[in-house]
Design a protein around this ligand. Structure first.
Ligand code: 5GP
Ligand code: ZN
Length: 116
């Protein structure tokens, strides 16, 4: 997936509409269009990289930031204490379908492990 033709780059830039729940200089968070839980939010870096498989040393701060923001959103939404699930799907076997790295934040119901 090239940056020029990337759905999540376009959502992060505001060129494609989304229900944004949080944004800052590093990332944007918005509701997943096909929610798998009462709350299902995608947290994406503004910087494009395809997947965790493509992450390198220079992405370290960004990756840490995405997880800290997931925790903050979970607290702000009120389900942090009950618990929640964060997921990063990577490449084919990981179930990744959009090749701009993103963290799924799911909350509002119990989750089983391991996932399917
Ligand atoms: P992946 O399968 O790559 O881990 O996750 C991609 C996610 O993006 C899926 O959960 C899917 O529902 C979501 N998604 C795909 N297209 C759109 C879209 O246009 N808008 C939003 N908000 N989410 C999308
Ligand atoms: Zn992108």
């Amino acid at each position: 997936m090239s940056r020029e033709n990337c759905l999540f780059c376009k959502i992060a830039a505001g060129e494609i509409a989304s229900a944004k729940v949080y944004e800052d200089a590093v990332c944007v968070a918005f509701d997943d269009v096909s929610p798998q839980a009462p709350t299902h939010i995608l947290i994406v870096p503004r910087e494009h990289f395809d997947s965790l498989d493509k992450a390198r040393e220079n992405h370290k701060e960004t990756l840490g930031h995405l997880l800290l923001i997931a925790g903050k959103i979970a607290r702000d939404k009120g389900f942090a204490e009950n618990g929640y699930r964060t997921v990063i799907n990577t490449n084919g076997d990981g179930g990744q379908t959009v090749f701009h790295l993103h963290v799924h934040l799911l909350g509002g119901r119990p989750f089983i492990f391991p996932p399917g």
